[in-house]
Design a binder for this molecule. Structure first.
Ligand SMILES: *[C@@H]1O[C@H](CO)[C@@H](O)[C@H](O)[C@H]1NC(C)=O
Ligand SMILES: *[C@@H]1O[C@H](CO)[C@@H](O)[C@H](O)[C@H]1NC(C)=O
Ligand SMILES: *[C@@H]1O[C@H](CO)[C@@H](O)[C@H](O)[C@H]1NC(C)=O
Length: 191
């Protein structure tokens, strides 16, 4: 009798869970999903323009090689080299111009035929209304193109739900030091 009851109980419990699970996993129409507590306006486009200072040599480099393969220094493209960066972003090409933020992240040589970098960066802004807001970039930076386009894959703060693209154009490259100043023009859709 006890066995029968517990069989009945387990059958009931299984039925109950199937029933409840079937109902609780029913997809909600989008209008019923509660919106996050922060305000949503209309989606807007912001254009950001700044200069990125990649300093690889001298007493205070902002880009450091952290990993490489044994073959990296034999590769024409530095294939396998990974650098971590914390590059200043300024208003003008002069490194002493107003600091707008920093590009923090990494680039890695991921192409064997021609220079092609995987870029995984957070543009962390420190100025004005963008202070502490972030735009995240993940893309390919081709060494052979005059203008390189990389996707904006997200953001935080003002740039929540960000999508868009960045265009990078080398402003100056010093072949002796390896240091570069790159102009970035970033188009971001956000709320
Ligand atoms: C490449 O790096 C290895 C160590 O990682 C070193 O032993 C070798 O001398 C380097 N080769 C060149 C050409 O710099
Ligand atoms: C940016 O925010 C930080 C942290 O809240 C604050 O310390 C700093 O003064 C702010 N900078 C500007 C330029 O508003
Ligand atoms: C390029 O870098 C070298 C080595 O750091 C430096 O002596 C030279 O002044 C730099 N050239 C320019 C145009 O900045």
């Amino acid at each position: 009798m006890a066995g029968l009851l517990s069989k009945f109980h387990s059958a009931f419990i299984i039925f109950f869970f199937l029933f409840v699970v079937a109902f609780s996993t029913k997809p909600q129409p989008p209008s019923e999903i509660p919106r996050p507590a922060f305000g949503f306006g209309k989606e807007k486009m912001t254009h950001l323009r700044f200069y990125f200072h990649d300093i690889v040599s001298g007493p205070n480099p902002t880009a450091v090689l952290v990993a490489a393969a044994s073959s990296t220094n034999k590769s024409r493209t530095g294939f396998g080299g990974v650098s971590i960066i914390d590059d200043p972003l300024t208003e003008g090409p002069d490194p002493k111009s107003k600091l707008l933020g920093r590009a923090q992240g990494l680039y890695a040589s991921a192409s064997q035929e021609e220079v092609g970098l995987l870029m995984a960066l957070n543009f962390v802004f420190v100025d004005g209304k963008y202070n502490q807001s972030i735009v995240s970039i993940l893309g390919r930076n081709s060494g052979v193109s005059k203008v390189r386009e990389m996707p904006v894959v997200g953001g935080s703060g003002i740039f929540r739900f960000a999508r868009g693209y960045a265009k990078a154009r080398t402003h100056t490259f010093n072949v002796t030091s390896g240091n570069a100043v790159v102009e970035y023009s970033v188009y971001v859709m956000h709320y």
